[in-house]
Design a protein around this ligand. Sequence first.
Ligand code: IMP
Ligand code: MG
Length: 368
Amino acid sequence: MIKLHDLYFKPFISAQEIDAAVQNMVDAIALELGDEMPVFIGILNGSFMLVSDFVKKYPKPCEVTFIKLASYEGVKSTEDIQRLIGLTQDLTGRTVILEDIIDSGNTLEEVHRIFKNENVKQLLIATLFYKPESYDKDFKLHYVGMEIPNKFIVGYGLDYNGLGRGLPDVYQLKTTQHMTNLVLFGPPGAGKGTQANFLKEKYNLVHISTGDVFRYNIKNETALGMLAKSFMDKGELVPDQVTIDMLNKEVEKNAGANGFIFDGFPRTNAQAKALDILMDSKDSQINAMVALEVDDEVLVKRLLERGKTSGRADDADESIIRNRIKEYYTKTAILKNYYSDQNKYFGVDGVGSIEDITVRLSAVIDKL
Ligand code: IMP
Ligand code: MG
């Protein structure tokens, strides 16, 4: 992912794919023109990189020239095309090939206006990128390198407000802008709930605790809640897809959030993968698993202390506590590996004052 000015872009078309498309255009055009010497006209600024690669590949002698038009403002095409540099050479009787990206076709219309009174033999239009969904003109496109969806792209000559032209690959604008999505982990008693409350305030994140989401859906008898309950009533585990569908609803409810703190999910590799797919479908990703690390003996002491007032039976018995902690480590070791493999695992010392621990967590999040 890259950031240009205020916007984020994700990889879309690789340099190799572009190279293959350029080669195909060269082959088709060279075949059609045979020994005729064409003039290739690039539209500046966007086409400089394509023209350069194109003429290097062109197998026969050719001429190259440029015209300079400007139509785009930010990420929007405008009807008002400015002619910054016009034709500077006589093209009478020549075959002219034009290279560009074609979006609305406004620029192409201007090009046809420019060539109307030039006595060229033929004006062939070749474009590396073509967005059929936004093209609303009737001019024929003779050669198309690649059809692309109606997304704003940068790289390989194309810019967003001046930036991105030098990128060898093409990137597309992300529909969801940057989010900070955390998986919060920690053994029972590590202080996840407390820290999640501070972090969601500080970073304007939405805290999604799977346990709460389950209870909410079951209490409100939503379709997914009833489905989940039907498994629980049979004493079976709720299938991952049901949980993911619930999380999806929560994520969609909070589409404008700066990000999410997932708490209690994922617990297995399969769930971690499902969560990655969910975030990917939102044009986003999990940025980090943040795990609060607390020594077993400290945990046991904290939980026994909590048990005196919480009334939770599972907080009162030391051997039950030790078992829960042990289970946490056996189950989560896999997830630690899952996120470490992607360089997304961050262990944070969970012993100290609440404020100190928040500071440690913030140091990790600020670097994401
Ligand atoms: P059109 O006039 O709408 O067909 O757009 C043509 C011109 O707009 C191109 O020559 C580019 O300079 C610019 N353009 C169109 N689409 C994009 C894009 O996705 N990214 C960057 N520039 C674009
Ligand atoms: Mg441009």
